[in-house]
Structure formats: structure tokens, C-alpha cells
Design a protein around this ligand. Structure first.
Ligand code: GDD
Length: 314
């Protein structure tokens, strides 16, 4: 069994690769010339291929060469604030890359299964009474990133319907854990705490909007879900991957602070506020559970302890 992981050097990609190796799957991953390799340098048994997903020729060559049985399409510009600064780049990167892969699958008549990492950000503006969010909730995206994920989501559906490509779309709610990029809120706060503990930063933690509510799952549970999505999920379907609970960003911060003995004050940094923020994401994953039996296993407290430890070890 051969799997292709796009974005293998990223946060989720590195965990996906670790998981697949444990299943005795042959793993190939795409990297770009500027990819950082520190997340995957411990993985000796993966094959890395330099590929620019935005370039159709690069992707055709990749697919013809690898002929994968499974594709986990994780590569993306995934940081919401960046999408306001470079909306076209975010949309081009996220949408063109996926179209190039699907077109290459058609061209070589490959019927490999493909999982597309879409996002709960697609739901965007959600009224509190519309939670927990089901796959049938309306999509009201609030950022260029979210729009790019809606496009990826619908393109997956369209290629399934038009050409029969066996595509499964996962709409994953927030996920975190060791190696989470430092821009994302859980990692950003954990890194600030670790730096303060080491005396490398004054004891002031900078924050943005603390009232937003998010549904967090451990990345190690998420990659297991992606495996199940292709093993047991139905092509043409969309599945929420979530924990089914949510907390405010303030509560997440308080949990992190409770693991530390240092005195830290909190300061709002206006640069961290967004033109529009998704106020609540709380997912219902019962559709996915019914088909695959998946449910999250790692408690949030453990995830956050592991994340803080990761930053203490850097
Ligand atoms: N990044 C960041 N930094 N966010 C902050 C901060 C801060 O200092 N302070 C408060 N927040 C708030 C944000 O305004 C947002 O409401 C929440 O914390 C989470 O922010 P992020 O961690 O940046 O994640 P996100 O929710 O915007 O998007 C993540 O989850 C999506 C799934 O719902 C990303 O991982 C996306 O790629 C993913 O699709």
C-alpha cells in the first residue's frame, strides 16, 4: 500500500507520516525547496519528493511516478490571518494545488482514494443555537482562507460527481499538539509561557481575541481519523472531525497557565485581532463516528501538557 502525503513537512503531515509508517504503509511526501525539515528528520523510512503543487507539470510528474493508492492532501496555506494579507496567494495555493492533483489522477486514470483536509472555518459565522455544527449547517465563511477551503470542499464533491474520483472530504475543527506552528493560538501561548519560564521573555503574555470558542482535537487523533476516512468513509461524503466540546480561548489559556509556576500578566495586542473572527466552532462528529467508529481519545489536558512540554524542550 502506497500513500502520498502532501505537505508532509508540516504539522499534520509529520504526524500523518508517523501514523502511516506504523500501519506499514509505504510513505511518500511532497516538500518544496523552502520546506523546513525539522518535523520529519527523525523519519528515516519516508520518501520525499520536491513538488510545487501549483505547477501542473510538477504534479503530473509526481502522480505518474508514485501512482499512490491513497492520497492525504494536507498541504495548504493554513493560517487564517495570512489569508487577509495575501488572499490571492492563499486561494491560488489551496485551490490550484488540489485541482492539479485531481486532474493528474484523471489523466493517468488512477482511482486512488483521496482525502481532502477541509476545515470547520468553512462554517464561519455560526449562531449559538446552530451548534453543535453538523455537516448540513450553512457555510458562511469569514476569511479568504475559509473561502479557499469551501472551494476545495466543493471541488472534491464536483470531481467525485463528474468523474467518479473516490474523494472523501474531512472538515476538521481546531487541532493541536506537539509541533503545532507557533503562529496558531495554542502553540503561540505555550511558546510564550516556555520563554517566560526560561527568563527569555518578560512575564507578559500577548493575546488577541480571548472570547472566541473553539473545539480542539489532538493532532494524533486527527491523523487516525484521516486514515479511517479513507479506510471506511464513503467517497463523495463530507465528515466533521471534532471533539464535540468547546472552550473559550481564555479557558485554553488558563489551562496552560495552570501548568506553570511563574507569574504572568496578560496583555491584548491589537495586531492580533482579526477583521472578522469566527466566534464559535463546536462540532458534531456523529456522522463520522457512525461510519468509522472513530472518536477522540486523547484528553485536551494531555494535549496541552504535551504542547507546553514541546516548547519547553526547544
Ligand atoms: N493565532 C492567534 N494568536 N489566535 C489568537 C490569539 C493569538 O495571539 N489570541 C486569540 N486568538 C484567537 C483567534 O482570534 C481565533 O479566534 C482563535 O484564537 C484560534 O486561532 P488560531 O489558532 O489562529 O486558529 P483558527 O481557529 O483561526 O484556525 C485554525 O483552525 C481551523 C479549523 O477550525 C487553523 O488551524 C486552520 O488552519 C483550521 O482550518
Amino acid at each position: 500500500m502506497k500513500a502520498l502525503v502532501t505537505g508532509i513537512s508540516g504539522f499534520v503531515g509529520s504526524h500523518m507520516a508517523e501514523f502511516l509508517l506504523k500501519q506499514n504503509v509505504e510513505v511518500t511526501g511532497t516538500i518544496r525547496h523552502r520546506s523546513r525539515m525539522d518535523h520529519i528528520k527523525h523519519l528515516k523510512d519516508i520518501r520525499l519528493v520536491e513538488c510545487e503543487l501549483r505547477d501542473p507539470f510538477s504534479v503530473e510528474h509526481l502522480i505518474e511516478d508514485i501512482k499512490p493508492d491513497l492520497i492525504f492532501h494536507l498541504a495548504a496555506q493554513s493560517f487564517v490571518p495570512t489569508s487577509w494579507n495575501s488572499p490571492i496567494d492563499t486561494i491560488h495555493n489551496n485551490v490550484a494545488g488540489q485541482v492539479n492533483i485531481m486532474e493528474a489522477l484523471r489523466r493517468f486514470d488512477l482511482s486512488c482514494k483521496m482525502q481532502i483536509a477541509c476545515s470547520s472555518e468553512e462554517y464561519g459565522h455560526v449562531e449559538p443555537e446552530e451548534t453543535p455544527i453538523r455537516e448540513t449547517n450553512p457555510l458562511r465563511p469569514l476569511s479568504p482562507y475559509a473561502v479557499s477551503k469551501v472551494a476545495q470542499d466543493f471541488l472534491g464533491y464536483q470531481y467525485y460527481k463528474s468523474y467518479g474520483l473516490p474523494i472523501v472530504v474531512t472538515r476538521t475543527f481546531n487541532h493541536t499538539g506537539p509541533r503545532r506552528g507557533e503562529n496558531f493560538v495554542t502553540s503561540n501561548f505555550a511558546k510564550q509561557i516556555a520563554l517566560i519560564e526560561k527568563g527569555k521573555k518578560p512575564p507578559v503574555l500577548h493575546v488577541g481575541n480571548l472570547s472566541a470558542k473553539r473545539d480542539f482535537t489532538d493532532v494524533r487523533d486527527v491523523v487516525r481519523a484521516y486514515w479511517f476516512a479513507l479506510e471506511k468513509g464513503n467517497p463523495g461524503e463530507t465528515y466533521n472531525i471534532a471533539s464535540g466540546t468547546c472552550c473559550t480561548i481564555r479557558e485554553m489559556l488558563d489551562l496552560l497557565l495552570s501548568f506553570s509556576n511563574v507569574n504572568i500578566s496578560i496583555e491584548e495586542d491589537p495586531a492580533r485581532l482579526r477583521p472578522s473572527d469566527v466566534e464559535i466552532l463546536l462540532g458534531d462528529y456523529s456522522k463520522f463516528h457512525a461510519v468509522t467508529g472513530w472518536k477522540p481519545e486523547i484528553p485536551f489536558e494531555q494535549t496541552m501538557r504535551d504542547l507546553l512540554q514541546y516548547w519547553r524542550d526547544q
